[in-house]
Design a protein around this ligand. Structure first.
Ligand code: ADP
Length: 188
C-alpha cells in the first residue's frame, strides 16, 4: 500500500474471505503506526468472541488489545480527539451506520482502517462493506488458500447447515474455498 503523508484523513479497507490474513494485515499496520508513535485506538465488533472479547486476534494467534463495541456510534463516542489511527476489525458485523461514522472520523483528519469480510457464506456482499469499499481511498483485497485444491480462495464455505447470516466460528465451522469449489447454499 502507498504511504500517505499530509493532514487529511483517509479510509483504508482490508477485505477478503475468512483465513485470508485480514486480521494479520490490520495488526501489521497498527504495529507500524505504533512504532511511528502514532496515537492508535482499536475496535472490534462485540459479537465476535471467537478468542477474546476485547482483543483483535488472528487465526495465527497474533493479537492486540482493543475495545469491543456493538454500535458504530459507540466508536465515535470512544474516539479521543488526539487519536490519529482508528482501526476497526470485523467491520461486516456493524450496521450501515458504520459508513457515516468512518467518514466523519476521516474528515476529522484521522487515518481509519476497517478490516472485514466482503462476502458472507452465501457469496453475497456483507453488511456495510460494499459501501465502505466505494468510499475508501485504499482497498486491499486478500485471498486465502482453497482447502480443497490449494488455489487462491475468495469465498468462505460454511460447513454447517445454519442459515443465519452471522454464525461466529472458525476452522470447525468455515473453510476458505476457490470459485470452483465454493458451494453456496441452495435457496428454498
Ligand atoms: P482473517 O482475519 O482473514 O480471517 P487471519 O489474519 O485471522 O485471517 O488469519 C490468517 C492466517 O490463517 C494465515 O496466516 C494462516 O496461518 C491461517 N490459515 C488457516 N487456514 C488458512 C487458509 N485456508 N488460507 C490461508 N491461511 C490460512
Amino acid at each position: 500500500m502507498q504511504v500517505v503523508h499530509g493532514k487529511s484523513g483517509w479510509l483504508e479497507i482490508i477485505c477478503g474471505p475468512m483465513f485470508s490474513g485480514k486480521s494479520e494485515e490490520l495488526i501489521k499496520r497498527i504495529r507500524r503506526a505504533q512504532i511511528a508513535r502514532r496515537r492508535v485506538q482499536i475496535f472490534k465488533h462485540g459479537i465476535d468472541a471467537r478468542y477474546d472479547e476485547s482483543s483483535i486476534v488472528s487465526h495465527s494467534q497474533q493479537s492486540l488489545p482493543g475495545m469491543a463495541v456493538t454500535h458504530a456510534q459507540d466508536i465515535l463516542d470512544q474516539v479521543d480527539d488526539r487519536t490519529e489511527l482508528v482501526a476497526i476489525d470485523e467491520g461486516q458485523f456493524f450496521d450501515q451506520d458504520l459508513l457515516p461514522v468512518v467518514i466523519k472520523l476521516a474528515n476529522l483528519g484521522k487515518r481509519v482502517i476497517v478490516a472485514g469480510l466482503d462476502l458472507d457464506y452465501r457469496g453475497v456482499p456483507f453488511g456495510p462493506m460494499p459501501a465502505l469499499l466505494c468510499s475508501a481511498e485504499f482497498v486491499t483485497k486478500q485471498l486465502a488458500i482453497c482447502m480443497v485444491c490449494g488455489d487462491p480462495a475468495n469465498f468462505t464455505q460454511r460447513l454447517t447447515p445454519a442459515t443465519d447470516q452471522i454464525v461466529v466460528g472458525a476452522a470447525e465451522t468455515y473453510e476458505a474455498r476457490c470459485r470452483r469449489h465454493f458451494e453456496p447454499p441452495v435457496e428454498d
